[in-house]
Design a protein around this ligand. Structure first.
Ligand code: KG4
Ligand code: ZN
Length: 336
């Protein structure tokens, strides 16, 4: 009999449920929350309310799509953190109730580890040790992945995350939330060398995006003061230039880490890894350096429960379970 894991993700604004059998994903249902668009960012209270509405239908749909009966689930894996506490509580409470009702084990998962472990979905898996650049709305990390649950953060942002830089740029340009996908779309139509934005000089493998954000803000403000139509007339070029700068900041540090650690299996993870410029940039750099590049499928870049289910499968094999007393963690470092 295969080991069947139900995965639950509710850390931010996606309610997701997935089923995996012996490490193969059978279903991955993601309910996006559009309610936040009107507010220009995720409103935590609204996010948890919508999770409550979506969690049961998402799980039922995931079971239906996987053609798996509730009674065939061997364990429930859930995102314990990091994330918004009210959002996490919905998934954690659901997972605990399901495990109690079915008398099956509970598996807690660190969301950032799960983004990395999304690379173990499918046949093309990286070999340990590998490097993973995890870039999302809340995190920017270069992770040295020594084993499934043995990861070391060797570089991270000192201020804003790369996704925040994308989202804040889009806000400055008057675009709706979330801005990352729109910047990506418009960047394809623009000239990435039209405008030059600064690359911060931060030692080691760490990042900083707050200076870039300020530079973009002043650049737009100064140009709009001269020409009120500046944004409309240059939108595609601005998006292409900002995207190129964010991608080069990320890839230059990743390259430095790969050379220093002499590692040739290099992976991307997190919501920003959906970005076309970053994906292409990594592939080009990888071809030059003889790397094996691991770029996740789009559905496994942004938040999803498939990555929680796959991480849960590997914890199941180790017999790492938690009891009903487990609580969500808004802050949950990737490694001690
Ligand atoms: O991993 P994720 O879904 O949620 C967090 O855990 O934060 O990442 C969301 C972030 C947002 O900042 C969003 O704007 C960004 O990923 N993003 C993108 C793209 N798709 C999502 N950024 C650039 N290009 C994209 N195509
Ligand atoms: Zn995420």
């Amino acid at each position: 009999m295969p080991v069947v894991i139900l995965g639950i993700e509710s850390s931010c604004d996606e309610t997701s449920a997935a089923v995996c059998a012996d490490g193969v994903i059978l279903s991955n249902v993601i309910a996006n929350q559009t309610i936040h668009e009107a507010y220009g960012g995720v409103v935590p209270e609204l996010a948890s309310r919508v999770h409550q509405q979506n969690i049961v239908p998402a799980v039922e749909q995931a079971l239906l799509n996987a053609k798996v009966n509730k009674n065939d689930i061997d364990a429930v894996a859930f995102t314990r953190g990091p994330g918004l506490l009210g959002s996490l509580l919905v998934g954690v409470s659901f997972a605990k109730a399901f495990a109690l009702a079915k008398n099956i084990p509970l598996i807690e998962i660190n969301h950032m580890q799960a983004h990395v472990l999304a690379h173990f979905i499918g046949d093309n898996k990286p070999a340990f040790p590998f490097l993973c650049l995890t870039v999302s709305g809340g995190h920017t990390q270069i992770v040295l992945v020594k084993d499934f649950f043995d990861m070391e953060v060797i570089g991270q942002t000192l201020d804003d995350a790369a996704g925040e830089a994308m989202d804040k740029t889009s806000k400055i340009l008057g675009l709706p939330y979330p801005g990352g996908p729109l910047i990506d779309k418009y960047a394809r139509l623009g000239n990435p060398d039209a405008f030059k934005f600064p690359e911060p000089q931060i030692p080691g493998f760490d990042f900083s995006f707050s200076g870039l954000k300020t530079a973009i803000l002043y650049f737009v403000r100064d140009n709009v003061a001269i020409n009120p139509d500046f944004i409309q007339q240059n939108l595609y070029d601005i998006c292409a230039s900002v995207e190129k700068r964010i991608a080069t900041i990320l890839l230059n540090k990743l390259n430095k880490a790969a050379q220093t650690y002499n590692i040739k299996d290099i992976a991307l993870a997190g919501g920003v890894s959906a970005n076309t410029g970053l994906r292409q940039g990594l592939q080009t750099l990888g071809d030059k350096n003889n790397w094996r590049c691991f770029i996740p499928k789009l559905e496994y870049c942004t938040d999803n429960a498939a990555m929680i289910a796959i991480a849960g499968y590997y914890k199941f094999l180790k017999g790492e379970f938690v009891g009903q007393e487990v609580t969500p963690l808004a802050r949950y470092p990737l490694a001690p």
